[in-house]
Design a protein around this ligand. Sequence first.
Ligand code: KG4
Length: 338
Amino acid sequence: MYILAIESSCDDTSAAVLRDGILLSNVTASQAVHEAYGGVVPELASRAHQQNIVPVVDQAIKRAGITKADLNAVAFTRGPGLMGSLLVGVSFAKGFARSLGIPMIDVNHLQGHVLAHFIRESEDDHDQPDFPFLCLLVSGGNSQIVKVNSYKDMEILGQTIDDAAGEAIDKCSKVMGLGYPGGPIIDKLARQGNPDAYQFSKPNIPGYDYSFSGLKTSFLYSLRDWLKDDPDFIEHHKEDLAASLEKTIVDILMKKLRQAVKDTGIKQVAVAGGVSANNGLRNAYRDHAKRYGWKIFIPKFSYTTDNAAMIGITGYFKYLDGDFATIDLPAYARMENK
Ligand code: KG4
């Protein structure tokens, strides 16, 4: 049984093919056009998706060693994401599935990130979490602690009340005059810096919710003061600044996660989303595994940022349940509008 999966929620056009839940191909075209603007420009993203979608799907099918006539279903990201970007993938998936006379499966992008841990590249790839497990979902748009009871039953224990972790990193990197996206740049600089060089404010909010806007403001004000004394402060200290910023964010994320593990008694702990590529966060996970006996699940780098493989595996589970989409199903930009 072959599934073609399509992801176009933000600035990556991606297509994947799975055979019986095993990944055969995963092709992604990223959009360099946004770098010059220091952030994703929605209008440009939609246009780039329109240019990329046909060649990306074509490549994914070719690399899987099949033809489109072999496909049994088309899975696609329905939301949340940028509406213009989503419409390209959703409309393509509908037209493609209709022309082949095969069913469509709509996938929630966030559910896809969490289920990225079930992507299997071969038959003997068995390192997957058992249910229930906890998943820290950290990306440019979300920061959540999710209790995953089954493939389709996920409970959000806590989430950010303002900025997402990735958004905070990107914004701080922008005020430092570094490139976009800031995450990978901060990560690289942080490896050469002292994480205890500077202190930035940490939120104090109840439960498992996160907040990153205070940290962003504290970072901005501290920089402004330091720059008064030394106009080249950033250039002189960028490694220490990156390392201290990263440490603060990782500390904030891990504190709530430790609490959730303690309260639920669930010691299988996964991480997902773009920020899960961060080496400081990955090291903190390994450290917690040693110190607290957690069984941790860290995705391969290629499955941390947006990719169609995770949409494919989620679509596969929905296919097994007979959970298909109708032709009139609209995309949704936000979870609340679903
Ligand atoms: O999941 P994702 O690709 O999609 C969005 O939510 O848009 O996440 C992108 C986010 C960006 O904020 C980016 O800066 C961050 O993930 N990111 C990282 C790293 N790689 C990507 N943050 C920290 N360290 C990294 N190595």
